[in-house]
Design a protein around this ligand. Structure first.
Ligand code: 5GP
Ligand code: ZN
Length: 112
């Protein structure tokens, strides 16, 4: 979708530190990491929010990839968080569905 920041990263119009790519999914480092490991995992197809999801297999695949990236970064056994912010109260800033994989430090709960 033209004008979408993450679509531009997917099309390589805007650079990002890519850590995983296949035909459906791209994962890249967050530009403003909230923890030592902070990766964004996105479907290549433009889906604005989790409310708009029509493909549960894709969502399952993204979660499996998140775990694989966690294992590769040695944060699987220490622990990590997968976050999907939705709409204004959820704190969503980029309206292209993405899952944050965050780890490498102890997380607080509940979130602020
Ligand atoms: P949201 O608040 O929508 O869940 O998260 C958007 C995330 O995208 C934020 O963590 C923010 O730091 C990240 N972000 C915003 N712009 C860019 C960018 O140009 N490149 C990368 N790699 N991450 C970005
Ligand atoms: Zn997009």
């Amino acid at each position: 979708m033209s004008g979408c920041l993450f679509c531009k990263i997917i099309s390589k119009e805007i650079p990002a530190e890519i850590v995983y790519e296949d035909e459906d999914v791209l994962a890249f480092k967050d530009i403003k990491p909230a923890a030592p490991i902070h990766i964004l995992i996105v479907p290549k197809r433009h889906i604005p929010t989790i409310i708009d999801v029509d493909d549960n297999i894709l969502i399952g695949k993204i979660h499996r990839i998140a775990v694989e990236i966690a294992e590769k970064n040695n944060i699987a056994s220490s622990g990590f968080r997968i976050v999907c912010n939705c709409n204004r109260h959820g704190g969503q800033e980029v309206y292209h569905l993405h899952f944050h994989l965050i780890g490498g430090r102890v997380m607080n709960w509940p979130p602020g």
